[in-house]
Design a protein around this ligand. Structure first.
Ligand code: ZN
Length: 277
Protein backbone atom coordinates (compact mmCIF):
# COMPACT_ATOMS: atom_id res chain seq x y z
CA UNK A 1 0.00 0.00 0.00
CA UNK A 2 1.07 3.56 -0.69
CA UNK A 3 0.64 5.92 2.23
CA UNK A 4 -0.02 9.60 2.16
CA UNK A 5 -2.22 9.47 -0.91
CA UNK A 6 -4.78 12.24 -1.46
CA UNK A 7 -8.01 11.36 -3.26
CA UNK A 8 -10.64 13.84 -4.45
CA UNK A 9 -14.20 12.53 -4.88
CA UNK A 10 -16.34 14.66 -7.20
CA UNK A 11 -20.05 13.86 -6.89
CA UNK A 12 -23.35 14.47 -8.62
CA UNK A 13 -26.74 12.99 -7.87
CA UNK A 14 -28.21 12.17 -11.29
CA UNK A 15 -26.05 9.11 -11.84
CA UNK A 16 -26.83 7.16 -8.68
CA UNK A 17 -28.64 3.82 -8.83
CA UNK A 18 -32.38 4.35 -8.47
CA UNK A 19 -32.59 7.94 -9.72
CA UNK A 20 -34.57 8.48 -12.93
CA UNK A 21 -35.96 12.03 -12.76
CA UNK A 22 -34.57 15.53 -12.48
CA UNK A 23 -34.74 16.89 -8.97
CA UNK A 24 -37.87 19.02 -8.60
CA UNK A 25 -37.10 21.92 -6.28
CA UNK A 26 -40.41 23.71 -6.86
CA UNK A 27 -42.67 20.87 -5.70
CA UNK A 28 -43.29 21.43 -2.01
CA UNK A 29 -45.34 18.26 -1.51
CA UNK A 30 -44.50 15.80 1.24
CA UNK A 31 -44.13 13.06 -1.37
CA UNK A 32 -41.49 15.06 -3.23
CA UNK A 33 -39.64 16.00 -0.03
CA UNK A 34 -39.49 12.32 0.87
CA UNK A 35 -38.35 11.40 -2.64
CA UNK A 36 -35.53 13.96 -2.59
CA UNK A 37 -34.38 12.79 0.80
CA UNK A 38 -34.41 9.21 -0.44
CA UNK A 39 -32.25 10.11 -3.46
CA UNK A 40 -29.83 11.90 -1.14
CA UNK A 41 -29.54 8.76 0.96
CA UNK A 42 -28.75 6.71 -2.16
CA UNK A 43 -26.10 9.27 -3.16
CA UNK A 44 -24.65 9.28 0.34
CA UNK A 45 -24.21 5.52 0.37
CA UNK A 46 -22.51 5.41 -3.03
CA UNK A 47 -20.17 8.23 -2.04
CA UNK A 48 -19.39 6.50 1.23
CA UNK A 49 -18.60 3.26 -0.60
CA UNK A 50 -16.03 5.16 -2.69
CA UNK A 51 -14.60 7.00 0.32
CA UNK A 52 -14.16 3.87 2.43
CA UNK A 53 -12.58 2.03 -0.51
CA UNK A 54 -10.13 4.92 -0.98
CA UNK A 55 -9.05 4.70 2.64
CA UNK A 56 -8.76 0.91 2.35
CA UNK A 57 -6.48 1.49 -0.63
CA UNK A 58 -4.09 3.58 1.42
CA UNK A 59 -5.43 7.10 1.08
CA UNK A 60 -4.44 9.39 3.92
CA UNK A 61 -6.80 12.15 2.86
CA UNK A 62 -10.12 11.89 1.06
CA UNK A 63 -12.03 15.04 0.18
CA UNK A 64 -15.60 14.83 -1.11
CA UNK A 65 -17.11 17.64 -3.17
CA UNK A 66 -20.92 17.78 -2.88
CA UNK A 67 -21.42 19.27 -6.31
CA UNK A 68 -25.08 18.91 -7.30
CA UNK A 69 -27.45 21.89 -7.16
CA UNK A 70 -27.26 23.58 -3.81
CA UNK A 71 -24.09 21.69 -2.92
CA UNK A 72 -25.92 20.42 0.12
CA UNK A 73 -27.18 16.95 -0.78
CA UNK A 74 -24.97 14.39 0.92
CA UNK A 75 -26.03 13.28 4.40
CA UNK A 76 -22.50 13.87 5.59
CA UNK A 77 -23.17 12.69 9.13
CA UNK A 78 -23.41 9.22 7.57
CA UNK A 79 -20.04 9.39 5.79
CA UNK A 80 -16.84 7.71 6.91
CA UNK A 81 -15.61 10.07 9.65
CA UNK A 82 -12.10 10.08 8.19
CA UNK A 83 -13.10 12.03 5.08
CA UNK A 84 -13.84 15.73 4.75
CA UNK A 85 -16.53 17.32 2.63
CA UNK A 86 -16.86 20.54 0.68
CA UNK A 87 -20.46 21.67 0.53
CA UNK A 88 -22.61 24.72 0.14
CA UNK A 89 -22.27 27.36 -2.54
CA UNK A 90 -19.86 30.22 -2.85
CA UNK A 91 -21.02 32.90 -5.23
CA UNK A 92 -17.93 35.03 -4.83
CA UNK A 93 -16.08 33.08 -7.54
CA UNK A 94 -16.15 29.94 -9.67
CA UNK A 95 -16.76 26.90 -7.54
CA UNK A 96 -16.02 23.77 -9.55
CA UNK A 97 -13.64 21.34 -7.83
CA UNK A 98 -12.85 23.71 -4.96
CA UNK A 99 -9.41 23.21 -3.42
CA UNK A 100 -8.49 20.65 -6.06
CA UNK A 101 -4.85 20.98 -7.08
CA UNK A 102 -1.86 19.01 -8.32
CA UNK A 103 -1.16 17.55 -4.88
CA UNK A 104 -4.04 15.08 -5.36
CA UNK A 105 -3.11 11.60 -6.57
CA UNK A 106 -6.40 10.79 -8.26
CA UNK A 107 -9.86 12.08 -9.07
CA UNK A 108 -12.83 9.75 -8.45
CA UNK A 109 -16.26 10.53 -9.96
CA UNK A 110 -19.49 9.24 -8.35
CA UNK A 111 -23.09 9.71 -9.57
CA UNK A 112 -22.23 11.04 -13.03
CA UNK A 113 -24.74 11.66 -15.83
CA UNK A 114 -24.30 11.82 -19.61
CA UNK A 115 -23.92 14.97 -21.68
CA UNK A 116 -27.01 16.68 -23.10
CA UNK A 117 -28.48 14.98 -26.15
CA UNK A 118 -27.26 11.45 -25.37
CA UNK A 119 -29.89 8.93 -26.44
CA UNK A 120 -31.33 6.71 -23.71
CA UNK A 121 -29.28 8.37 -20.99
CA UNK A 122 -30.82 9.17 -17.63
CA UNK A 123 -31.52 12.92 -17.24
CA UNK A 124 -28.63 13.91 -19.49
CA UNK A 125 -27.83 17.63 -19.50
CA UNK A 126 -25.12 20.19 -20.30
CA UNK A 127 -22.76 19.79 -23.20
CA UNK A 128 -19.37 21.44 -23.41
CA UNK A 129 -18.32 22.20 -26.96
CA UNK A 130 -14.55 22.26 -27.50
CA UNK A 131 -12.99 23.64 -30.69
CA UNK A 132 -16.37 24.22 -32.36
CA UNK A 133 -17.46 20.62 -31.94
CA UNK A 134 -14.22 18.69 -32.48
CA UNK A 135 -14.71 17.37 -28.93
CA UNK A 136 -17.81 17.34 -26.73
CA UNK A 137 -17.55 16.97 -22.96
CA UNK A 138 -20.02 16.04 -20.26
CA UNK A 139 -19.72 17.59 -16.79
CA UNK A 140 -17.83 14.42 -15.85
CA UNK A 141 -15.27 14.56 -18.65
CA UNK A 142 -14.89 18.32 -18.06
CA UNK A 143 -13.94 17.52 -14.46
CA UNK A 144 -11.47 14.96 -15.83
CA UNK A 145 -10.05 17.55 -18.25
CA UNK A 146 -9.64 20.11 -15.44
CA UNK A 147 -7.85 17.47 -13.36
CA UNK A 148 -5.73 16.72 -16.44
CA UNK A 149 -4.51 20.34 -16.57
CA UNK A 150 -3.06 19.75 -13.11
CA UNK A 151 -1.61 16.39 -14.17
CA UNK A 152 -4.01 14.37 -12.03
CA UNK A 153 -5.57 11.19 -13.48
CA UNK A 154 -9.30 10.47 -13.28
CA UNK A 155 -9.22 6.84 -12.25
CA UNK A 156 -12.82 5.90 -11.53
CA UNK A 157 -16.37 6.86 -12.48
CA UNK A 158 -19.82 5.57 -11.67
CA UNK A 159 -23.12 6.54 -13.25
CA UNK A 160 -25.37 5.21 -15.95
CA UNK A 161 -24.07 3.07 -18.81
CA UNK A 162 -23.91 6.03 -21.23
CA UNK A 163 -21.63 8.24 -19.15
CA UNK A 164 -19.41 5.24 -18.41
CA UNK A 165 -19.10 4.61 -22.17
CA UNK A 166 -18.17 8.25 -22.84
CA UNK A 167 -15.49 8.23 -20.15
CA UNK A 168 -14.04 4.89 -21.26
CA UNK A 169 -13.84 6.27 -24.78
CA UNK A 170 -11.86 9.32 -23.60
CA UNK A 171 -9.88 7.65 -20.80
CA UNK A 172 -9.40 4.06 -22.00
CA UNK A 173 -7.96 2.69 -18.76
CA UNK A 174 -10.47 4.34 -16.39
CA UNK A 175 -12.36 1.97 -14.09
CA UNK A 176 -16.09 2.48 -14.40
CA UNK A 177 -19.20 1.04 -12.83
CA UNK A 178 -22.56 1.41 -14.60
CA UNK A 179 -25.03 1.30 -11.73
CA UNK A 180 -27.99 1.56 -14.11
CA UNK A 181 -28.79 1.14 -17.77
CA UNK A 182 -30.72 4.01 -19.32
CA UNK A 183 -33.73 2.77 -21.26
CA UNK A 184 -34.85 6.31 -22.02
CA UNK A 185 -34.37 9.76 -20.52
CA UNK A 186 -36.46 8.89 -17.47
CA UNK A 187 -36.47 5.10 -17.32
CA UNK A 188 -33.67 2.83 -16.17
CA UNK A 189 -32.89 -0.73 -15.36
CA UNK A 190 -30.98 -0.28 -12.11
CA UNK A 191 -28.83 -2.31 -9.80
CA UNK A 192 -30.03 -2.49 -6.22
CA UNK A 193 -28.28 0.16 -4.11
CA UNK A 194 -26.39 -2.37 -2.00
CA UNK A 195 -24.96 -4.03 -5.11
CA UNK A 196 -24.10 -0.66 -6.68
CA UNK A 197 -22.15 0.26 -3.54
CA UNK A 198 -20.33 -3.07 -3.54
CA UNK A 199 -19.24 -2.61 -7.17
CA UNK A 200 -18.23 1.02 -6.57
CA UNK A 201 -16.05 0.00 -3.63
CA UNK A 202 -14.44 -2.76 -5.67
CA UNK A 203 -13.94 -0.45 -8.65
CA UNK A 204 -12.35 2.31 -6.57
CA UNK A 205 -9.96 -0.15 -4.94
CA UNK A 206 -8.84 -1.49 -8.33
CA UNK A 207 -8.64 2.01 -9.81
CA UNK A 208 -6.42 3.36 -7.04
CA UNK A 209 -4.21 0.29 -7.18
CA UNK A 210 -3.76 0.71 -10.93
CA UNK A 211 -3.66 4.49 -11.01
CA UNK A 212 -0.10 4.67 -12.34
CA UNK A 213 -1.36 3.13 -15.58
CA UNK A 214 -4.06 5.76 -16.04
CA UNK A 215 -2.88 8.89 -17.83
CA UNK A 216 -4.34 12.28 -16.91
CA UNK A 217 -6.99 13.32 -19.44
CA UNK A 218 -5.46 16.28 -21.25
CA UNK A 219 -6.99 18.38 -24.01
CA UNK A 220 -4.15 20.36 -25.57
CA UNK A 221 -4.55 24.12 -25.94
CA UNK A 222 -5.04 26.66 -27.26
CA UNK A 223 -8.74 25.86 -27.41
CA UNK A 224 -12.18 27.33 -27.95
CA UNK A 225 -14.93 26.55 -25.46
CA UNK A 226 -18.68 27.00 -25.26
CA UNK A 227 -21.59 25.33 -23.49
CA UNK A 228 -24.66 23.99 -25.27
CA UNK A 229 -27.97 23.43 -23.53
CA UNK A 230 -31.65 24.37 -23.56
CA UNK A 231 -34.03 25.23 -20.71
CA UNK A 232 -35.55 21.74 -20.85
CA UNK A 233 -32.19 20.03 -21.54
CA UNK A 234 -33.59 18.47 -24.73
CA UNK A 235 -32.54 19.37 -28.29
CA UNK A 236 -32.35 21.76 -30.07
CA UNK A 237 -29.48 23.19 -28.03
CA UNK A 238 -28.14 26.69 -28.15
CA UNK A 239 -24.74 28.08 -27.31
CA UNK A 240 -24.89 29.74 -23.92
CA UNK A 241 -22.26 32.31 -24.96
CA UNK A 242 -22.55 34.22 -28.22
CA UNK A 243 -18.82 33.88 -28.74
CA UNK A 244 -16.80 30.88 -27.62
CA UNK A 245 -14.02 31.72 -25.19
CA UNK A 246 -10.46 31.18 -26.38
CA UNK A 247 -7.64 30.29 -24.02
CA UNK A 248 -4.31 28.50 -23.84
CA UNK A 249 -5.57 25.74 -21.54
CA UNK A 250 -8.85 24.21 -20.34
CA UNK A 251 -8.57 25.67 -16.85
CA UNK A 252 -8.40 29.23 -18.16
CA UNK A 253 -11.08 28.62 -20.80
CA UNK A 254 -13.42 27.05 -18.24
CA UNK A 255 -12.98 29.84 -15.71
CA UNK A 256 -13.59 32.50 -18.37
CA UNK A 257 -16.69 30.64 -19.56
CA UNK A 258 -18.37 30.16 -16.18
CA UNK A 259 -17.82 33.83 -15.40
CA UNK A 260 -19.92 34.66 -18.46
CA UNK A 261 -22.86 32.36 -17.77
CA UNK A 262 -25.99 34.40 -17.07
CA UNK A 263 -26.93 32.28 -14.02
CA UNK A 264 -23.59 32.90 -12.32
CA UNK A 265 -23.16 36.17 -10.48
CA UNK A 266 -19.70 36.27 -9.01
CA UNK A 267 -17.73 38.90 -7.17
CA UNK A 268 -20.80 40.47 -5.62
CA UNK A 269 -20.50 42.15 -2.24
CA UNK A 270 -21.30 40.09 0.85
CA UNK A 271 -23.67 38.44 1.55
CA UNK A 272 -23.55 36.77 -1.83
CA UNK A 273 -27.28 36.13 -2.16
CA UNK A 274 -27.34 32.39 -2.65
CA UNK A 275 -30.63 30.95 -1.48
CA UNK A 276 -30.91 27.35 -0.31
CA UNK A 277 -31.81 25.10 -2.04
ZN1 ZN B 1 -26.52 17.27 -10.71
Amino acid sequence: MIYGMKIYVQTDIEGVAGLTFFENMADQSFENAQHRQRMRRLLTREVNAAVTAAFESGAAEVVVNDSHGSGYNILFEELDPRCEIIHGRNCSGPHWLPEFDKTYDALVLVGMHAMAGTANAIVSHSLWEVNDGAIYLSEASMAAALAGVRGVPTVFASGDDKICAELRDKIPSIHSVAVKKGLGAYQARSLMPARACELIAQGVREAIKGRARIAPYRIPGPLRLNLLDSPTHVPPFKRVMEQSVVADDMETAFTRAVRQFPWNKFDTSLPDGFKYP
